[in-house]
Design a protein around this ligand. Structure first.
Ligand code: ZN
Length: 119
């Protein structure tokens, strides 16, 4: 039996497996799915198309130091609140405009050797 992308996303959100999943914006930036759910609700997040690509240990690539990682390179990325606000506003506007097809839902595949860092 094949499950629709919508059901896969809803199952992840319901089970809490969505913690490391990401929504990719058209500008290549990402919003963590738990934040996206808080902003627009489960049913809207479930309308976002599933990406073929997974978030794995090679997902993020830092152009400055060349590191690939499950997490963004913290050395070369500032944790600027304004950046988050901008991303969230951009995301909200796309959802309001019904432009789900511009977004991608990226499932995280946490490998055993991944060091989990709670932000
Ligand atoms: Zn770096």
């Amino acid at each position: 039996m094949r499950f629709s992308p919508r059901l896969i996303i809803l199952a992840r959100i319901e089970s809490g497996d969505d913690y490391y999943d990401l929504i990719e914006l058209p500008n290549g930036k990402h919003i963590p799915v738990p934040i996206a759910v808080k902003l627009v609700g489960k049913s809207k997040v479930a309308k976002i198309p599933l990406a073929k690509r997974r978030r794995d240990n090679m997902f993020f690539y830092c152009p400055e130091c060349g590191k690939t990682s499950f997490y963004k390179c913290w050395e070369h990325n500032s944790l600027d609140e304004r950046v988050n606000e901008e991303k969230e506003r951009y995301f909200l506007n796309l959802i309001k405009a019904g432009k789900y097809s511009k977004l991608r839902y990226i499932v995280a595949e946490l490998e055993e050797e991944t060091e989990v860092v709670i932000e």
